[in-house]
Design a protein around this ligand. Structure first.
Ligand SMILES: [Zn+2]
Length: 181
């Protein structure tokens, strides 16, 4: 985006179903595994603000910037179970239902909407860095319920998430690091 604020923003939304539980104890109701139908919305801008392609009048063909992101939401995030890395249910699934491990989305600490927004934004950055290095996500919103949403400005992602190689830094379909462990 230019300094005077002129520029185009591409905005894409996708809906998915998920389940999670929070074990910190701050919200007792959330200790019970439960689900939401969420909508994640991302704002994508072109870093150089080069403007429209002369032939197509597009910034970029939409599929090029949203394709891998939507595939990840549809195939990996939809109907996944979000658990914190310290939740004993992770060990339960490892021991009793290992075929379910690819369906567990594991966050550092409780899988709140806030930390998931940070993980999602970092994952989208990995996809954009791989496919569309001229583009960046400037805002990501998870609408958890019709009345609750969390908005995240991705430039803070490095302050929120543990450093190093994790599923949120890899431009692949992963939603946890269990296979690597
Ligand atoms: Zn919830």
């Amino acid at each position: 985006m230019s300094e005077d604020g002129f520029g185009f923003t591409l905005r894409f939304s996708r809906r998915y179903s998920m389940a999670h539980r929070l074990i910190s104890g701050v919200a007792p109701n959330c200790r019970v595994p439960h689900g939401h139908d969420e909508v994640v919305t991302v704002d994508i801008v072109e870093n150089s603000n080069a403007g429209l392609d002369e032939k197509t009048n597009m910034l970029v063909e939409f599929e090029q910037v949203k394709g891998r992101w939507f595939k990840w939401i549809d195939k990996a995030v939809d109907h996944s179970f979000h658990l914190g890395d310290g939740d004993p249910l992770v060990a339960y699934f490892r021991e009793n239902e290992p075929d379910m491990l690819p369906r567990l989305l594991i966050t550092p600490g409780d899988p709140t909407t806030e930390i998931r927004a940070a993980c999602f934004a970092r994952k989208l950055r990995a996809f954009l860095d791989a496919d569309n290095p001229g583009f960046a996500c400037h805002r990501l919103t998870i609408q958890e319920t019709p009345t609750n949403a969390v908005e995240f400005r991705p430039w803070g992602a490095n302050a929120v998430l543990p450093q190093g190689d994790h599923w949120w830094t890899r431009p692949d379909q992963s939603i946890n690091d269990l296979a690597a462990a």
